[in-house]
Design a protein around this ligand. Structure first.
Ligand SMILES: N[C@@H](CCC(=O)N[C@@H](CS)C(=O)NCC(=O)O)C(=O)O
Length: 201
């Protein structure tokens, strides 16, 4: 059985969501950020971490891609071939390096960094996030999901990030991005993951 390691309110939410979508049994193992238990599994001391027997996978995007590919029959992985891999990687890098970055920066300066190095990044984060919402709007075009008609691992990542943005009251001024997020966040697997400990921030 998979072990999904993380803390409540962390990015483990997307791993639990993915596992629920795939219908895989798992155990949610709670550890504190940067605890000895977290460092024992991830040199960064960060969560989430997926344990699949002998294999440990860190970083939420890598975990969701791994699970999507491993359970390819469920239709949540990349499209076939090198082009499909590039398409999925492009979306995942956009999601984490661009769409999520302002959200994460704000959280770090609010709660995580040592007090003496915190600054008010609120206006810059809001500006950057608004830019990324426009980028997502253009990337989605008239597609239902990131890869087209099919819900996949990238929609779990983007949906989780969108839920985070809404909870953090980041404005999302795009009808199509809001409709996309409504569609993705309404999935029953997300509700089941939240009930099992993967609640959003
Ligand atoms: N790129 C990593 C980021 C992991 C990460 O930063 N996790 C947070 C919790 S959501 C953490 O452990 N933070 C501890 C810290 O930054 O000190 C991922 O997507 O999993």
């Amino acid at each position: 059985m998979y072990k999904a390691v993380g803390s409540r309110g962390s990015r483990v939410s997307r791993v639990l969501w993915m596992l629920e979508e795939l219908g895989q049994p798992y155990e949610f193992v709670e550890v504190k950020l940067r605890s000895p238990e977290a460092y024992a599994l991830n040199p960064s001391g960060k969560v989430p971490i997926l344990i699949d027997e002998e294999l440990k996978v860190t970083d939420s995007a890598a975990i969701c891609i791994y699970l999507g590919d491993k359970h390819a029959d469920k239709g949540m992985g990349a499209n076939p071939g090198l082009a499909g891999r590039a398409e999925m990687d492009s979306w995942m890098h956009f999601a984490q390096s661009e769409f999520e970055a302002p959200l994460w920066n704000k959280v770090r300066h609010r709660f995580l960094l040592p007090k003496e190095v915190r600054v008010d990044v609120g206006p810059a984060a809001a500006h950057d996030f608004a830019t990324e919402v426009k980028a997502l709007d253009r990337r989605l075009g008239d597609k239902s999901f990131a890869l087209g008609d099919r819900f996949s691992a990238i929609d779990v990542l983007l949906g989780d990030m969108g839920g985070w943005a809404r909870a953090g009251r980041f404005p999302i001024e795009s009808d199509s991005v809001n409709a996309y997020l409504d569609r993705v966040l309404a999935r029953p697997a997300r509700a089941r993951a939240q009930a099992n400990g993967g609640s959003s921030r």
